[in-house]
Write a protein that binds this ligand. Structure first.
Ligand code: PLP
Length: 465
């Protein structure tokens, strides 16, 4: 089962028709809620993003190629900011996709940033991102990472274990700084998402249990630690979540701990960080979560629960990654080998190979994720056929689109693009089979800028000692 279907949202691959039916018009139409906001198919059949034809980009930068619609990315930052009451309340989860350019966009839009490793912090700082607007995550932050957080005056460090709490207190003492911290709490909410990305049930590695009292004990230890300042609690119920009730329920449970901390420790916590997880549409059939509505309901629920508990409502912070970066980018591949394979006596399946695969998009192999793919170099036409889109790696599970009915005129040399690949694709990329990572370009107002250059064999060989 896929992450998407487990959310209760239909997870049927967004491809038109049944085999044998004419495909053309449906397949040529780009579902606007899945593709970048500035993606358009021109009259000659070529798809442009922000006015830049994808075939031109493929020619200049090669394939596979990530193309990011800058205005779309920025608009999604602003949408989140207005939904949650201010840009500083939204911490872009850089694990979805980070580069110096992205960090600068996020900074310019006034958002805060969530990082989850010393190197993500390094990239953000190299882009000039202010430490005070950065929150550090991780279940196994080592002393060097924690020291970097303290030295760069990070806005928040999210504590994930008792051991880390002691280590950070010790490091902060050595650096002569009082470090603001949040405590990551497991509120015991099922987010109805894939096991690998659900992070809030009890038997998993992140955070302190609310139910067992571990979260309260951690709060007491943080309040008593001389070099830490407890400013709030954090929870994250999962990723690609469509059942928004999970967010409110988690907030209500965590607020009970605010009340207990207030009553027993005499401390009023000012902030409540509810993590990320806002679901996006990967296929034509899916509907993205309406973030403005969710935010409204969530903020109302927090205000109401706080009033019932007789405590001050904390400021709500959120950490969306996918909902900002995901829909703003596409990956362009060139079609290579095409092979018709007999599935059984009656069925054949067409295997379309593209020049990337699990090294630039591990999500289908990891989570069974689905994508919307279209030929972007021309109009397609003709009857459909059972199709599977596969990568070029030595792995039979190297599948990008498992089951689809695509026009049978797709041929070698066509450019095929997958939409909504801006989050957790480049960020999770690998060099499997010594593949060099693709380039990433941003497009805006008819012009393209190289954001990350394509890796080369020399990059791979440069690690050899
Ligand atoms: C703590 C935390 N915050 C934010 C996010 C971002 O989630 P998403 O990209 O689904 O919004 C994640 C993702 O796993 C996370 O673990």
């Amino acid at each position: 089962m896929t992450a998407e279907t487990e959310t209760g949202v239909p997870g049927v691959q967004g491809t038109p028709g049944t085999p044998g039916e004419p495909a053309a018009d449906q397949f040529n139409e780009l579902p606007a809620h899945v593709w970048p906001r500035n993606a358009v198919r021109q009259e000659d059949g070529v798809v442009t993003v922000a006015g830049v034809p994808l075939p031109d980009l493929a020619e200049e930068y090669g394939t596979p190629l990530f193309v990011v619609d800058e205005d779309d990315f920025r608009a999604r930052c602003r949408d989140m900011a207005s939904a949650f009451g201010g840009p500083d309340r939204v911490h872009y989860a850089s694990k979805a996709f980070l580069s110096k350019t992205v960090a600068r966009w996020v900074d310019e839009e006034g958002l805060s940033l969530d990082i989850a490793s010393g190197n993500e912090l390094g990239v953000a700082l190299a882009a000039g991102f202010p430490g005070g607007r950065i929150t550090a995550h991780g279940n196994n932050k080592d002393a060097d990472f924690l020291r970097a957080c303290v030295r760069n005056n990070l806005g928040h460090v999210v504590l994930d274990s008792a051991q880390e709490l002691e280590l950070l207190d010790y490091i902060a003492a050595g650096e002569g700084r009082v470090q603001p911290v949040l405590i990551r709490v497991k509120p015991g909410i099922e987010a109805h998402t894939h096991e690998f990305i659900a992070t809030s049930h009890e038997d998993q590695k992140f955070g302190f249990s609310l139910a067992s009292g571990a979260a309260f004990d951690a709060a007491r230890a943080a309040v008593n630690a001389e070099n830490l300042e407890l400013v709030g609690l954090h929870c994250h119920v999962g990723s690609q979540v469509f059942d928004a009730q999970g967010f409110s329920l988690a907030a209500e449970r965590v607020l009970e701990l605010y009340s207990r901390i207030h009553d027993e420790l005499g401390v009023t916590l000012a902030e409540l960080d509810l993590g990320g997880g806002y679901g996006i549409a990967y296929t034509a059939e899916e509907k993205p979560l309406n973030v403005a509505e969710v935010a409204h309901d969530l903020l109302t629920a927090v205000g109401k629960t706080a009033a019932e508990l007789g405590i001050e409502a904390p400021t709500v912070l959120v950490e969306p990654g996918r909902a900002i970066a995901g829909p703003s980018a596409v990956t362009v591949y060139e079609v290579g080998t095409i092979k018709d394979v007999d599935v059984d006596d009656e069925t054949t399946r067409r295997y379309i190979s593209v020049d990337g695969g699990m090294s630039d998009n591990i999500r289908p192999a990891l989570y069974g994720s689905e994508y919307d793919a279209r030929v972007v170099s021309r109009f397609t036409e003709g009857a459909t056929t059972n199709t599977r889109v596969v990568g070029s790696h030595c792995e039979s599970g190297d599948i990008l689109i498992n089951e689809a009915t695509y026009p049978s005129d797709i041929h070698t040399g066509d450019l095929l693009a997958l939409a909504a690949t801006g989050a957790y694709c480049y960020a999770m990329s690998s060099r499997y089979n010594a593949f060099a990572r693709p380039a990433v370009v941003s497009v805006r107002a008819g012009a393209a800028k190289l954001m990350l250059r394509r890796e080369t064999l020399d990059d791979i060989l440069s690690l050899e000692v």
